[in-house]
Design a protein around this ligand. Sequence first.
Ligand code: SF4
Length: 258
Amino acid sequence: MSFPDKKPHPDLFKKYNIQGPRYTSYPTVPYWSENPTPEKWLETIAQAQDEGAAKGVGAAIYIHIPFCESLCTYCGCNTRISRNHAVGMPYVETVLKEWALYQTRLKELSGNRTRITEIHLGGGTPTFLSPQELGTLLKGILDHVEVTTDFEFSVEADPRVTKREHLSVLREVGFKRLSLGIQDFDPTVQNVVHRIQSEEQVHEVTQTARELGYTSVNYDLIYGLPFQTQQSIHQTVDAVCRLRPDRIAFYGYASSCR
Ligand code: SF4
């Protein structure tokens, strides 16, 4: 791969070379203006549900799976590090209990059934759960809701622990978008950030996803990690180009998950 000789305009550096909020919610947390009570929170969701029903749109829900087998040193996510996979099913059961509470209260507050357009599974590492646990979780979420025809389900995955069976069970309930944490392929960088994964592992998960019918595979990359150099970044970008993801998110150190 070759890079253009053109230097970016200094005004662009000035504009974008600033710290920004994490973009995991919109509006991002610094712009939240209220600290709602639980009741106000439920009323707001019920109202949004009714407004969505009137416009024919469904809700987007995010489900957090906090577990990871080991800690990446750049991690800024809410994680629980464990190699004990017995924690998975109790967590799934707890999420489903919370979901049932929402469903009960929303039925009282809203005249409409919950409609879902998007599900996002993130973490942590969603594929820390076994394929069976993922299946139980999603069946429990989807059982009593209506899914709109334009639905879009996505999952974040760690290539080191994601197997064909995980992708298959997700695909069966409609997942088509996969996002893989890559960050950097340089062995020195991987060693220092405690995240060692090969190009082959990433290739295999990407290929498997495509075989199963996933239509969008995203790679997350980070700049600004310790021991990264321009050359190591060029090499990582070359490897990414060989693997041909559909989308790349390339963002600054201190704002990443997976
Ligand atoms: S970066 Fe991702 S895989 Fe690594 S510890 Fe954090 S959540 Fe887990």
